[in-house]
Design a binder for this molecule. Structure first.
Ligand SMILES: C[S@@+](CC[C@H](N)C(=O)[O-])C[C@H]1O[C@@H](n2cnc3c(N)ncnc32)[C@H](O)[C@@H]1O
Length: 243
């Protein structure tokens, strides 16, 4: 099964606590010199909506996009559990972030985020460019000039250097393999009842900067760390939409 389908291990990822999500949003605010009140933020690959819901609870407008119906259903369930007032400010769309048909006004968003290894995802049955170049081009259309893009992904070399090729996590056997030819890391999670496959392309900081710049985002900062560590292999690249 696709790692992000029904029953996904991602829905119970032990690192992704509400406190962490709140600290990640604080950190994004620091990196972009503050997010103005009532900003519009688009979350490319929003997963179960944790960042959108945190942003909306702080008074911003958040739009989360994700091709996984299971992730969007979980996001909507969390929104309903939190407060009905968030319905107007946190909106979720099932779809790939590379498409132009997201109903977003051109040059309308103050910030786009693509966090925790969404950039480069290959698990979904979408063309490889959907979560890389096409996603960046879509972001360049709806982020306003001077607006921001924050991308958080694993750094390729640090990930390869520290790769644990097999381990047992409770009832789940995990195996990992990096394909040198494609630059894609494959992970398999097997437990007694199901098997989930995850695949994502890995980048160096320079490659990521080049991709952002080609799409029209000037690099403002490259931080060799997660928004909130761990994992120790992550990096965060901050881009600013050129006019
Ligand atoms: C590792 S999760 C990260 C989710 C979320 N950003 C977070 O921090 O919790 C990666 C997400 O990317 C989504 N994804 C994969 N390809 C995508 C694409 N082309 N456009 C948007 N999201 C995509 C997956 O469905 C999954 O929910």
């Amino acid at each position: 099964m696709n790692f992000f389908d029904d029953g996904s291990p991602y829905l119970s990822h032990p690192l992704l606590t509400p406190d962490r999500t709140s600290a990640e949003i604080d950190r994004i605010g620091e990196l972009i010199d503050g997010l103005a009140d009532h900003s519009l933020v688009v979350d490319l690959g929003c997963g179960f909506g944790r960042h959108c819901l945190e942003l909306a609870s702080r008074g911003h407008h958040a739009v989360g996009i994700d091709p996984s119906a299971a992730m969007i259903a979980a996001a909507e369930a969390s929104r309903a559990a939190l407060s009905s007032s968030l319905e107007g400010t946190a909106r979720f769309i099932v779809g790939s972030a590379d498409t132009t048909e997201l109903g977003l006004e051109p040059a309308s968003a103050d910030l786009a985020v693509c966090l925790f290894t969404t950039f480069g995802q290959r698990s979904q049955s979408l063309p490889p460019s959907a979560s890389t170049t096409d996603l960046l081009q879509a972001a360049a259309r709806f982020v306003k000039p001077g607006g921001w893009l924050v991308v958080e992904v694993p750094d390729r070399q640090r990930t390869i250097d520290g790769l644990v090729t097999s381990e047992q996590l409770g009832p789940t056997a995990v195996s990992r393999r990096f394909d040198d030819d494609t630059g894609v890391l494959h992970e398999r999670f097997e437990n007694p009842t199901s098997t989930f496959d995850l695949a994502y392309e890995l980048f160096s900081a320079n490659e990521l900067e080049d991709l952002l710049e080609t799409a029209g985002f000037a690099t403002a900062q490259v931080v060799p760390a997660a928004l909130v560590p761990p994992p120790p292999t992550f990096m965060t690249v901050v881009g600013r939409r050129q006019s």
